[in-house]
Design a protein around this ligand. Structure first.
Ligand SMILES: C[S@@+](CC[C@H](N)C(=O)[O-])C[C@H]1O[C@@H](n2cnc3c(N)ncnc32)[C@H](O)[C@@H]1O
Length: 249
């Protein structure tokens, strides 16, 4: 598995079993080759800025839209409670949440914002710059499926806001294993539940239609749930989840 991070490479069979339907997704060596092919395709599309079908929804996303205030406020509440000192956002988009987070962090705390798509990364830097914050946030144009330049447990809090729901199962499991590797203490996972099912069309279609069982996946990666809240969104059928996880001793 050339294109994957160390934890995924070692544990992928059990990590891929953390799907909501409890399917055994990897049975044979042939499955491993197919998985590898899809991962390489994903990594190539990120590097070249080309589309990966399961990812198409993101290309329609307007990075400058105003962020859902409800989710951002839940992340801010947690950050203000646990007061981390070295924070990382994965999939920062245009940096709207990162800007709010920077405002509530202690002055001596650090914030890194990671974004893979070059176009969104440009918006991220512009947005932070427009709010006089570019010198207070480290921005990195990297894909979170393999964060080679980040050390194990480099951050004490890593959060995602409306990221993993857009990403096909296979890749999302890999990204979460990398999030777990780089967090020494907390993970905050927030997303819109309805969009979880929108996975598009990938090579590993059947696998990528699976939904992640987040609690068991984070558990296998050494994190336990501190709180797991569901919020209805306005009067629609949408709801949001916000999970706070802490590394087990
Ligand atoms: C719906 S946007 C949310 C942006 C931001 N978190 C917010 O709440 O406003 C999801 C973002 O995650 C980014 N993303 C998707 N896959 C990624 C990956 N593998 N590594 C880093 N960022 C990724 C997308 O490019 C996009 O900018």
């Amino acid at each position: 598995m050339e294109e994957y991070n160390t934890i995924f490479k070692k544990q992928y069979k059990e990590l891929l079993s953390c799907n909501a339907d409890h399917k055994t997704l990897v049975n044979s060596n042939n499955d491993t080759l197919r998985i590898q092919k899809d991962l390489i395709r994903y990594a190539t599309s990120i590097k070249n800025g080309t589309n990966y079908n399961g990812f198409r929804f993101l290309h329609e996303w307007n990075p400058e839209r105003e962020h859902t205030p409800l989710l951002a406020s839940k992340i801010l509440d947690i950050i203000q409670k646990v007061r981390p000192k070295n924070v990382c956002e994965i999939g920062a988009g245009a940096g709207i949440v990162a800007r709010y987070v920077r405002e509530v962090l202690d002055d001596d705390a650090k914030l890194t914002a990671i974004e893979s798509l070059p176009n969104h990364f440009k918006h991220l830097n512009t947005h932070l710059n427009n709010h006089f914050m570019l010198n207070r946030v480290r921005t990195l144009n990297l894909s979170a499926h393999k964060l080679d330049i980040i050390k194990d447990m480099e951050f004490d809090c890593v959060y995602t806001s409306e990221v993993l729901m857009h990403i096909p199962f296979l890749v999302a499991v890999g990204i979460i294993s990398e999030i777990a590797r780089v967090s020494s203490k907390y993970i905050i996972h927030c997303e819109n539940v309805v969009s979880c099912l929108n996975k598009g069309d990938t090579l590993e279609k059947e696998m990528n239609e699976c939904r992640i069982d987040y609690v068991s996946l984070y558990d296998k990666l050494g994190f336990t749930v501190v709180s797991n809240d569901v919020y209805p969104y306005k009067n629609s059928h949408h709801s949001f989840i916000c999970i706070l996880l802490e590394r087990c001793e």
